[in-house]
Write a protein that binds this ligand. Structure first.
Ligand SMILES: *[C@@H]1O[C@H](CO)[C@@H](O)[C@H](O)[C@H]1NC(C)=O
Ligand SMILES: *[C@@H]1O[C@H](CO)[C@@H](O)[C@H](O)[C@H]1NC(C)=O
Ligand SMILES: *[C@@H]1O[C@H](CO)[C@@H](O)[C@H](O)[C@H]1NC(C)=O
Ligand SMILES: *[C@@H]1O[C@H](CO)[C@@H](O)[C@H](O)[C@H]1NC(C)=O
Ligand SMILES: *[C@@H]1O[C@H](CO)[C@@H](O)[C@H](O)[C@H]1NC(C)=O
Ligand SMILES: *[C@@H]1O[C@H](CO)[C@@H](O)[C@H](O)[C@H]1NC(C)=O
Ligand SMILES: *[C@@H]1O[C@H](CO)[C@@H](O)[C@H](O)[C@H]1NC(C)=O
Ligand SMILES: *[C@@H]1O[C@H](CO)[C@@H](O)[C@H](O)[C@H]1NC(C)=O
Ligand SMILES: *[C@@H]1O[C@H](CO)[C@@H](O)[C@H](O)[C@H]1NC(C)=O
Ligand SMILES: *[C@@H]1O[C@H](CO)[C@@H](O)[C@H](O)[C@H]1NC(C)=O
Length: 567
């Protein structure tokens, strides 16, 4: 497969944060990893026990040996990359590890915790080790999944944005057949470039077993865990396999488990249009100073957007700047809008400016806000890489679902059915199903977990609708759904002191909120820096620290999840 990777790149994090600081006027956020050099994971040996080595700045790293196949010890071992921000409490106060999964599948927990571990500790307290791990198949863990032999080959299939290679199905009548053919290529690469048959072990239930091993290795009997987005499937799977090993589990931005395990995105779109409606309503309410795409009513803004989409569908707009050149076409526009739905509080103002400028025939702002030019390093054949989140995502999502033999006409039917659920079906309806179409490779729930789960959903989440949280809660009697009243993907996308008060209370005391609890958020859509936080709340320093911490975590989650394929 691929030689061991060397560097952890956190440039994206600093990019998102710099935009955030100016918008919210918060003090600069210090990322541990940015200040430090990269860590050579290849110098570590995988061991049965946790043997920590200092890494990044203030963190410790280790590789844990686990069975590749939990049913057959003779199949060899996997190696799980683990990082922790250690608790600094006294021995009596120490409360063990909290494992964090940032979504995906395919997201790197190591990357997430190096970026946001200090912020997670701000939420939960210094009594815990904050622990990130790369699920088997991902990034620094081994075996590593890679379908591509060179970075150039990889860049052709997985450009820095999925935009050009993976079009809107409404872009042309040829889009779906082309994507179907692509999936056959990926499926065949998966078969021919997996000579050791590792792919069969890269599944969520095995990752859940690895989480139990990690917990054991820390000397704890029960798991403490926070999983967002795809991390909700991982948490629910753990609780299903090991109901008596649930210490604390918060799942947040909850996927419909049945749908996830059948690679069926239809129900994932239930609240997508509701989320998009918050743009029109919010823009009309915010006024022309805060929303550049303003018109007096939400309906007029919607009509303007529709007219603009149609115009772009007929005539894409060229972009030439000193740094990047390209085209904003219908697919580009659709993806830009969809990406903003993950994180409305920081994205809507910029989206409105981009749309207004596009309506004037100027696509530069929209293009430069999204398109990341291919860097020279991505085209160096010899450069090693560790961000395999695309292929890990496909491998895990397809490995988790029953083997498919989806035909083009099946996909066409799924798209047609999806269009009845959401106007975003052109981006969402078939995505995992398409990628799994060329792939050859039990229900979730438990009556009596040792601690009930805390299950969190937003009122308007574009990819994990509240219905997923409610349905999952029914599968885990005793669990409680905490609703956060905000658009966007997962609770991390908008700071809510209320939500995080319940999180902390749950972790520390095991106390759940009352059933039916709804938390407001402490930020506003289309906020300017003077009114970004809810002025009715009286804030102390601790509140500011919490709000800042949530933004930091939200940026990491957004970086992992907002690429169409991943949740
Ligand atoms: C796998 O791990 C076990 C336990 O850590 C160890 O005893 C065994 O030797 C390892 N097997 C291989 C093939 O490395
Ligand atoms: C642990 O670190 C935090 C800051 O990260 C500090 O406020 C606290 O006093 C430290 N606790 C101990 C016991 O050193
Ligand atoms: C996907 O899920 C939807 C909603 O539950 C269902 O109506 C549909 O039949 C499913 N599609 C497939 C292909 O299984
Ligand atoms: C929206 O449409 C109205 C006419 O309905 C037009 O006057 C206005 O300029 C449009 N605004 C934008 C930003 O396209
Ligand atoms: C287009 O927009 C960009 C970015 O907002 C701006 O720098 C540029 O001057 C605009 N071009 C024209 C021709 O107005
Ligand atoms: C790749 O090879 C080129 C030319 O041999 C060299 O300049 C470059 O440093 C190498 N890159 C890496 C990441 O090793
Ligand atoms: C997949 O479906 C095609 C067309 O329906 C059929 O020819 C082929 O044998 C099927 N393959 C498998 C592995 O079932
Ligand atoms: C697809 O594009 C057409 C215009 O060509 C538009 O009328 C239709 O609403 C679009 N469909 C979706 C699902 O966006
Ligand atoms: C559920 O678990 C608790 C504690 O583990 C136990 O006391 C109780 O009997 C169990 N209830 C059922 C219905 O299994
Ligand atoms: C946990 O419970 C104790 C005792 O009831 C209480 O004093 C404390 O404030 C609670 N802690 C949290 C974080 O809710």
């Amino acid at each position: 497969m691929v030689s061991p990777p060397i560097s952890l790149k956190l440039i994206a994090a600093s990019f998102f944060l710099s935009g955030l600081q100016s918008r919210f006027g918060l003090p600069p956020i210090v990322l541990h990893a940015l200040a430090t050099s990269d860590f050579e994971w290849s110098t570590l040996e995988s061991t049965e026990r946790l043997s920590w080595t200092d890494c990044y700045s203030g963190f410790q790293c280790t590789l844990l040996q686990v069975p590749l196949d939990y049913d057959a010890n003779d199949k060899g071992n996997a190696s799980i990359a683990i990082v922790r921000l250690p608790s600094n409490s006294s021995r009596e106060d120490y409360r063990g590890p909290i494992l964090f999964n940032p979504g995906g599948p395919g997201g790197s927990g190591v990357d997430a915790v190096v970026s946001a571990g200090a912020s997670i500790a701000t939420l939960f307290g210094d009594e815990y080790d904050i622990v990130g791990f790369d699920p088997r198949g991902v990034s620094y863990s081994r075996p590593l999944i890679s379908l591509f032999e060179t970075d150039i080959e990889r860049a052709l299939w997985v450009p820095s944005t999925l935009i050009t290679v993976y079009p809107s199905l409404n872009a042309s009548s040829n889009s779906l057949p082309r994507l179907y053919a692509s999936s056959q290529v990926l499926g065949q690469l998966a078969e021919t470039r997996d000579p050791n048959d590792y792919l069969q072990y890269i599944t969520t239930d095995n990752v859940a077993r690895d989480m139990l091993r990690i917990t054991d290795a820390f000397g704890f009997d029960k798991l403490q865990y926070w999983g967002v987005s795809y991390g909700s499937a991982l948490g629910a799977t753990f609780a299903t396999l090991f109901p008596d090993k649930v210490g604390r589990i918060i799942i947040d931005g909850v996927v419909d488990m049945e749908a996830y395990y059948s690679a069926n995105m239809t129900n994932g779109m239930l609240d997508t249009d509701k989320t998009w409606q918050t743009f029109f309503d919010g823009c009309a309410a915010a006024g022309p100073d805060k929303c550049a795409f303003y018109a007096p009513t939400a309906a007029e803004i919607f009509d303007n957007f529709t007219a603009l989409s149609l115009a772009i569908q007929q005539q894409p707009i060229p972009v030439v700047t000193p740094d990047v050149n390209g085209i904003v076409d219908y697919t580009f526009l659709r993806n830009t809008v969809f990406d903003a739905l993950y994180s409305p509080y920081d994205q809507y103002p910029l989206l409105a400016e981009s749309l207004a400028s596009l309506a004037q025939g100027n696509a530069t702002l929209m293009f430069t806000a999204t398109a990341v030019p291919l860097s020279a390093s991505q085209c160096q054949n010899n450069a090693s890489f560790h961000d395999n989140s695309f292929e890990a995502s496909v491998a895990i999502a397809c490995g988790d679902s029953a083997a498919f033999n989806t035909s083009l006409s099946d996909l066409q039917e799924i798209y047609t059915a999806g269009k009845k659920v959401s106007s975003f079906a052109d981006l969402l309806a078939t995505d995992w199903r398409i990628f799994c179409a060329g792939w050859k490779a039990g229900p979730v729930g438990a009556a009596n977990t040792s601690t009930p789960l805390l299950i969190v959903g937003n009122t308007a989440d574009p990819v994990t609708p509240l219905a997923g949280a409610i349905k999952t809660s029914k599968a885990f009697p005793g669990s409680v759904v905490l609703t956060q009243d905000s658009p966007g993907h997962t609770s991390t996308i908008a700071a809510s002191l209320c939500t995080y008060g319940y999180f902390r209370q749950y972790f520390v005391n095991g106390t759940l909120p009352e059933a039916g609890t709804v938390c407001a958020v402490d930020v506003k859509l289309f906020a300017s820096s003077s009114d970004s936080v809810n002025v009715n709340l009286k804030r102390d320093t601790r509140d500011h620290e919490l709000i800042e911490a949530v933004w930091n975590i939200g940026n990491v989650v957004r970086r992992v999840t907002s690429h169409r394929l991943r949740r």
